[in-house]
Design a protein around this ligand. Sequence first.
Ligand code: KG4
Ligand code: ZN
Length: 338
Amino acid sequence: SQNIYILGIESSCDDTAASIIYNGRILSNVIASQKIHEEYGGVVPELASRAHQQNIVPVVHQALEKASITKDELHAIAFTKGPGLMGSLLVGTSFAKSLAYGLNIPLIDVNHMQGHILAHYIDEDGYKKPPFPFLAMTISGGHTQIVKVDHYFDMTVIGETIDDAVGEAFDKSGKILGLGYPAGPEIDKRAALGNPKAFKFTKPKVDGLNFSFSGFKTAVLYFIQREVKANPNFIEENLNDICASIQYTIIGILMDKLKLATKQTGINHIAIGGGVSANSGIRKALKDGEQKFGWTTYIPKFEFTTDNAAMIAIVGYLKFLDGDFAEQNVVASARLKI
Ligand code: KG4
Ligand code: ZN
């Protein structure tokens, strides 16, 4: 049984995605990102589920086509069960269930957060997979976690945000500065041109390995309001420096917690995932940690860090090998835990 084709489907937030994986290697990784949310400055759940309904059939068709297989060659269908927006999850879940039923093949439910972490086990030439145990830091617009990973399905969350996700800290700061949504990529670009020590923002005090970003966003808001009162052109005149200082503070918060996590666990292998791991400052800080703290870091290809279906398909493949299947009556779960 060594020629296994798995279809992975992801629809937890605002990306409709499908991927075909063959024995751990990606044959296709198709994603339809929903532009509609940009004009609202954030994801609108009702619009997201409607767009998923429009996108899901063409996206799955494209994934099969790009992989040069037909649906009759599939061995199983993996889908995101949660966590995520309920209306969005329902679209992927019901689609996966009916397709698996129609093809009479197994259905595999996948935890989105495990997907971000196990994306590191996609077979890719030249990519070194993290050895167990390792620490995974999952940072995106919806999540911020540090997870101790002892084996594929033996994971423990050892730290997480108590309010906003780190991606929200980027996006909400960007909104205050008048940048488009999502603002993370533009802050990243501008930060490279600015002075990270131009302005100082205090880091939140949160015990242990947990994070908090809502106070940071408020600090940025008050700082900008104060400065703009004194000088209406403050933002335009200092945009790169403001972006650099915001990013510098966020990186400091993340690195402090990672340092504490490696100290507490004695684990020095660090893997990252989630859209925010695209940030060039974070990538550099992690690489610098290899020299400074003796870390070994694992940074996947960009297309596997943001929400995608290849990460769902690889979890599906690993569960398929374990014979770990879902029942036909499985339901989506918005607050699913690792
Ligand atoms: O994983 P993702 O695509 O979707 C979620 O699950 O949220 O992550 C999207 C988040 C957004 O907050 C976006 O601003 C952020 O990732 N992001 C970045 C960068 N690229 C994307 N944040 C900082 N720097 C970047 N280069
Ligand atoms: Zn995600």
